[in-house]
Design a protein around this ligand. Structure first.
Ligand SMILES: Nc1nc2c(ncn2[C@@H]2O[C@H](COP(=O)(O)OP(=O)(O)OP(=O)(O)O)[C@@H](O)[C@H]2O)c(=O)[nH]1
Ligand SMILES: [Mg+2]
Length: 177
């Protein structure tokens, strides 16, 4: 027989990944769910949904296509999220343009749903693409931000730890209330 706490943590969580086109949302889903990460860019049509399990966690991960035409469906997609990732490619223009997504999201999700930014493509910070590090992205977006290189398989554990920490906080708060 499982303890109550284990049952709580096992409860299904909905994680939504949103962001502008080609920032790496589907790659993040691959990083979580696959052993091999190909670097092919096929724009997501509508959305993709995968179940990811690790330890007691049972996650439904929703990956939304970033094209403008899908924005009007954002509300339907985001409702019921337990956690939302807003992904940027860490270029200044993309980060600034992502601010609107934060605003839209915060008007849709529950108050206790973490909205976390991902400063993706950190491997490209060193070339002359003008990409910003995690700290600069966080300063611009004013929400909790993690740096990531989603094409690097070694970052999988880092991503899992981010999800575990954030979800634990939400689940704990819900147990108290
Ligand atoms: N260098 C580098 N390339 C990345 C990284 N993450 C993703 N990419 C590449 O960026 C391209 C777009 O990635 P996707 O994950 O398909 O982008 P997306 O955000 O899902 O795009 P849409 O579905 O159109 O909204 C692919 O060629 C990926 O291989 C990263 O951390 N570093
Ligand atoms: Mg995609």
């Amino acid at each position: 027989m499982k303890s109550l706490e284990t049952l709580d943590i096992t409860s299904l969580a909905k994680i939504s990944i949103i962001g502008l086109p080609a920032v790496g949302k589907t790659t993040i889903l691959k990083l979580l769910s696959k052993n091999f990460i190909d670097k092919v860019y096929i724009p997501t049509q509508g959305f993709d949904l995968k179940t990811v399990k690790f330890g007691n966690y049972h996650l439904k991960v929703w990956d939304f296509g970033g094209q403008k035409s899908y924005l009007s469906y954002l509300k339907d997609y985001l409702i019921g999220s337990d956690m939302v990732f807003i992904v940027t490619d860490s270029t200044p223009l993309n980060v600034l343009n992502s601010k609107i997504l934060i605003e839209l999201t915060s008007n849709i999700v529950e108050e206790d749903c973490p909205i976390i930014a991902i400063a993706n493509k950190q491997d490209l910070c060193m070339n002359d693409s003008g990409r910003m590090n995690q700290k600069l992205v966080e300063d611009l977006l004013q929400i909790k931000t993690y740096g990531l290189t989603a094409i690097d398989q070694l970052e999988r554990m880092k991503l899992i730890e981010i999800i575990k920490n954030e979800l634990n906080r939400v689940l704990k708060r819900r147990r108290i209330n």
